[in-house]
Design a protein around this ligand. Sequence first.
Ligand code: GLV
Ligand code: MN
Ligand code: MN
Length: 420
Amino acid sequence: MTSYPKINARRLLQRIADFATIGATPAGGVNRQALSIGDRTARRRLAELAVARGFNVHQDAIANLFIRREGRDPSSPPVLIGSHLDSQPTGGRFDGALGTLSAFEVLEALEDTGVDTERSVEVVSWTNEEGSRFSPGCMGSMAFIGAGDIAGWQDTRGTDGARLGDELAATLKALPEARMRPVGHAVSAFVEVHIEQGPVLERAGIPIGLVTGVQGTRWLVVSFSGEAAHAGTTPLEFRKDPMAAAVAAIAQLQLVVMPADPMARLTVGRMSVEPSSVNVIPSRVTFTIDIRHPQEDVLSSIEAQIDAECRASATHHMVEVHIEKHFDLAPGKFDVAIVDVIDNACERLGVSNMKLVSGAFHDALFVSKVAPTAMIFVPCRDGISHNEAEFVTSEHIEIGAKVLLETALSLARGPILNAP
Ligand code: GLV
Ligand code: MN
Ligand code: MN
């Protein structure tokens, strides 16, 4: 008789430590930005582990990586589990890697005991979730659901000047053992384990979050253009200084947006100055604005506020302003039936949980448009993420993987759920 599959926590912890050496930063985090050498190395390592266990490895034209353990009925849409392996430039070792490696551990646990599942189980590592090197984020999952523009993205330049098409081609080439697949295929369900990236679970002392949905995100790129001039000789009334306009607009937005609504988030995370010389009034200042809110109409009104403040500042400072939207991710809800499956898995394992809405976006939000989807969160220390200090306890890693295994088993055996 086949014994019940079990998570090998030691193996999983070792794997997480091992992957954290790929693109390791001196402060204990990782820099494995999308399609970089580090990202390619991590994908290679995962594919090698997969081949060693006899799993099939596939990739698609946007370099989403799939590792498949065949079910009794290969024609039935697989249960998909996984996350991403790319990171922020000063990212933590768990954001993405935890969910991808926990999913691979589930596949190995099934294989260890030779358990048969009705449906195939596939691990996925989505391409460019973070969007920090190449914008937008979630390219892989966006393309997977037919909402991406792979051809249009080819000439996108990364923050390091690299062309996406070249980096993508090199990434695909680095995995010759992976069979190419068309972009997008039917899946019966998708479940992603992730660190919470916020303080809610830790504060509540609860090890598992049942994620019911994700708040919305918009990314804007604001560019103020003025006139380069001499820093020492140009009096105030002659200056067309885009920096003065930018800082005034940003300061005003910081004063009005978040203080007025505790659910709103507004972040200016990147800024570039041209020509960037100490004694030249800049000709152009460009910066990003990341806005988040659980309600779409509020996101729209924040965007309108940004537009109005930037235009008012541009007029006042006699410069031009141009605003482009690079990413627009509507808030979304996950599938209640899958959330129930996870809840039941927790109950069987005697693990307490609470429901929460994700403040971060995830590939799961895109996949939820085409397949029943939900997420499992585990706490992270002090709620810190997108930071090299990101930390998750071994106990919580193990619990998250156990809940994922139990969930995947139910989904791979149970009836097919209704697509959204
Ligand atoms: C994901 O990385 C996010 O920024 O929410
Ligand atoms: Mn992530
Ligand atoms: Mn992230």
